[in-house]
Write a protein that binds this ligand. Structure first.
Ligand code: GRF
Length: 195
C-alpha cells in the first residue's frame, strides 16, 4: 500500500512539484493526496491544482495568532485525508511541540543548508559570508526544535568563487528537487526511521 502524503507549503512550491512528479511513477511508494497552504496566494496551489491534487487553504491570519486552533484545523484536514506522512516544503509557520510530537517520525522537512550548519533563514547568504567551499540541502525529520531533527538525506554542491546568493540558491534548489523525492521514498518504504 502506498503511503498517503500531504505536502504543506507557503509559497512557490517547487519542491512540492518535484515530489508530485516523482510520485507519479508507478513504483513510487507514496502518493501525494493533499496540498495544504497557510497562504491563500501561494503560487504552489495553482501548480498542485493543475496536477489534479486536492488543495486546502488554512489561512493562519484568520486565527489571529491562535496557533492551537490553527493546528487543530490543520490536523482535522490531515485526518480527513487519512494522511500517513507530512512533507513540509517551504512551509513558513513554526509548529507547536504538541503538533510536532503527534506527527513524530512521520513529518519531513527540507532545509537549504548542510545541517547542522546554517539553521534558520538566509542560509545561502550566510554560507557565502562564512566562506564555506561546500553548501547544500538536508531532508530531516521534524522535531520541536527548529531544523534539528534526525537527518534522512543530504546533498552538497561546490560553492564557486563568483557565486551570488541567487546563483548559489539556484544550484542548491536543483539539488533539493533531487533529494526530497529520494528521502520520501526511503521513509515511505520504512528504510529510514526517526529512531
Ligand atoms: C526551499 O529552499 C526549501 O529548502 C526551504 O524553502 C524553500 C522552498 O522553496 N525550506 P519551494 O517553495 O519548494 O520552491
Amino acid at each position: 500500500m502506498k503511503k498517503r502524503v500531504a505536502i504543506l507549503i507557503s509559497g512557490r512550491g517547487s519542491n512540492m512539484t518535484a515530489l508530485i512528479e516523482a510520485a507519479e511513477a508507478k513504483d513510487y511508494p507514496a502518493e501525494i493526496v493533499l496540498v495544504v497552504s497557510n497562504r491563500p496566494d501561494a503560487a504552489g496551489l495553482d501548480s498542485a491544482r493543475s496536477s489534479g491534487i486536492p488543495t486546502a487553504v488554512i489561512d493562519h491570519k484568520k486565527f489571529g495568532g491562535d496557533r492551537l486552533t490553527f493546528e487543530q484545523a490543520l490536523d482535522r484536514e490531515l485526518r480527513e485525508y487519512r494522511i500517513d506522512l507530512v512533507c513540509l516544503a517551504g512551509f513558513m509557520r513554526l509548529l507547536t511541540p504538541s503538533f510536532v510530537n503527534r506527527w513524530s517520525g512521520r513529518m519531513l522537512n527540507i532545509h537549504p543548508s548542510l545541517l547542522p550548519q546554517f539553521k534558520g533563514l538566509h542560509t545561502h547568504r550566510r554560507a557565502l559570508e562564512a566562506g564555506v567551499t561546500r553548501h547544500g540541502a538536508t531532508v530531516h525529520f521534524v522535531v520541536p526544535e527548529m531544523d534539528a531533527g534526525p537527518i534522512i538525506l543530504q546533498g552538497s554542491v561546490a560553492v564557486h568563487e563568483n557565486d551570488t546568493e541567487e546563483t548559489l540558491a539556484a544550484r542548491v534548489l536543483e539539488l533539493e528537487h533531487q533529494i526530497y523525492p529520494r528521502a520520501l521514498r526511503a521513509v515511505a518504504q520504512g528504510r529510514t526511521k526517526a529512531r
